[in-house]
Design a protein around this ligand. Structure first.
Ligand code: 4AD
Ligand code: MG
Length: 430
């Protein structure tokens, strides 16, 4: 008999095959036993009818427990009523290991219980679908930049200083000294952009977020393109082309998973350029009109992002922020010194900020002044200032959070399901 996998059953209709996997679920109706077997590539319904199969196989169907590992043999049948469209007429089942008391029942559990069992929870149908959307997202991100001649540059995890503000730094012992886990690869990306023109870094980043929200992780993945001779408008053009590409690729390659998640796919299909571009000041006015008041000069919180995102059917780009809300490295608007040339891209449907980017300050003198205004350790930024000393040029880039993006694409509630093993304020297990 030919060994195959569940995602390839359509090529074996009418043949006998062997599959290796685990018992996902089972039920019986009168003299018919149904085993739902999963093998990592999919789930297939297997049928054993009393009278057609040996009694010891029926007895095994009675005994077999959830998540037992097994080797099953049977005939492949096309059946439109079966989930997935194909069915296996069971001929034999060999148990590899009989699992005892699998803790996750198929009915619902609370989030803490599921997170404590994340190593097992990953096997469930929903989590399986989410991880595949995540993979497709990461692949689309890489392909987008690779196809456009961006060079992948890996930036360090141990860093001597802050990039995104000192309040969320993770300090670690570094021999007799201390270091910080990276908050962003951007500063190193800027160095690499001066060497290669167009680069991206892609890796885990860390923020000691003390808040317990559904949108913050302490460890998350970020992709950060950085481009020489790019101004703020260019950064927004790139972000727009990039997001459309990623969303389209996920819709094209992971439609089945998105449907498993019962996510309204027409909302993703609407993500087409041009994306609206409004200034921070216009955004504050729009928010006030819709009853969400805030003081000019303050950063957006979750309510502002949700309200603004809800006004559009595609991501909205908010640019030119009050400088005090943004990082030290952003260039000021030559037309209005109070503003930083930064942009946040806010996803629709209340998913909030998915991209933060900017045109960078390219003047040595101004940057020196900003570093001291922000009370940052001058010594740790000496190398960064060299980039302005030796051939400085206008440049810019952005960072996209993978988990925020996957959460939006999947239409799920909480970032914790968008990464295999989430790290949060009170969670570092499993
Ligand atoms: O807006 P942020 O802080 O921007 C930067 O780090 C820049 N240095 C990027 C750049 O210009 N190269 O973060 C960028 C994105 C956010 O829009 C969000 O998607 C994600 O990173 N992000 C988080 N995701 C999960 N948990 C957190 N605690 C996050 N903080 C930021
Ligand atoms: Mg931001």
């Amino acid at each position: 008999m030919i060994e195959t996998t569940i995602n390839k059953l359509q090529g074996h209709v009418g043949e006998d095959v062997v599959i290796k996997g685990w018992l996902y679920n089972k039920r019986s109706k009168g003299k018919i036993h149904f085993l739902l077997i999963r093998d990592g590539t999919g789930i297939v319904q297997c049928v054993a009818v009393r009278g057609n199969v040996p009694d010891d196989l029926l007895e095994l169907c009675d005994r077999i427990t959830q998540e037992s590992s097994l080797i099953a043999a049977g005939g492949v049948r096309k059946d439109d009523r079966a989930p997935g469209g194909y069915e296996l007429e069971l001929k034999n089942v060999e148990i590899i290991q009989m699992a005892k008391d699998y803790p996750i029942a198929l009915q619902s559990h609370g989030p803490d219980f599921l997170l404590n069992n994340r190593h097992l929870w990953l096997r469930s149908r929903r989590q399986h679908a989410i991880m595949r959307v995540r993979h497709a997202t990461v692949k689309a991100i890489r392909d987008f930049f690779d196809e456009r001649d961006f060079v992948l540059i890996d930036t360090p995890i141990f860093t001597p200083a802050a990039c995104e503000g000192t309040s969320t730094l993770f300090e670690v012992k570094y021999f007799d000294d201390k270091a910080y886990l990276t908050q962003s690869g951007q500063l190193y990306g800027e160095a690499a952009a001066m060497a290669h023109r167009k680069i991206y870094c892609f890796g885990p980043t860390f923020r000691a977020e003390k808040s317990k929200t559904r949108r913050h992780l302490t460890e998350f993945w970020m992709v950060e393109p950085e481009v020489a001779f790019l101004d703020l408008d260019g950064v927004m053009d790139l972000a727009e082309e990039f997001l459309e590409y990623v969303v389209r690729r996920v819709v094209d390659t992971r439609r089945q998973e998105v449907e498993t998640l019962e996510r309204d796919i027409t909302k993703l299909e609407a993500v087409k350029p041009p994306f609206p571009r409004i200034t921070y000041t216009q955004a504050v006015e729009k928010l006030a009109e819709s009853g969400v008041e805030m003081k000019w000069g303050e950063d957006f919180g979750a309510p502002q992002e949700a309200a603004l995102g809800g006004m559009y059917d595609r991501p909205v780009m908010v640019h030119r922020w009050p400088a005090q809300t943004k990082a030290f490295y952003m260039k000021r608007d030559p037309e209005d010194e109070r503003l930083a040339l930064g942009v946040d891209v806010i996803a629709p449907e209340g998913y909030g900020e998915i991209i933060g980017g900017a045109q960078r300050e390219d003047s040595l003198e101004v940057l020196e002044q900003r570093i001291s205004e922000h009370d940052l350790p001058g010594e740790a930024f000496k190398w960064y200032l060299d980039l302005r000393r030796y051939g400085t040029v206008p440049h810019g880039g952005f960072g996209l959070g993978v988990e925020r993006t996957v959460t939006w694409l999947c239409g799920i509630e909480h970032l914790r399901e968008s990464i295999p093993f989430p790290r949060m304020l009170y969670r570092i297990y499993p």
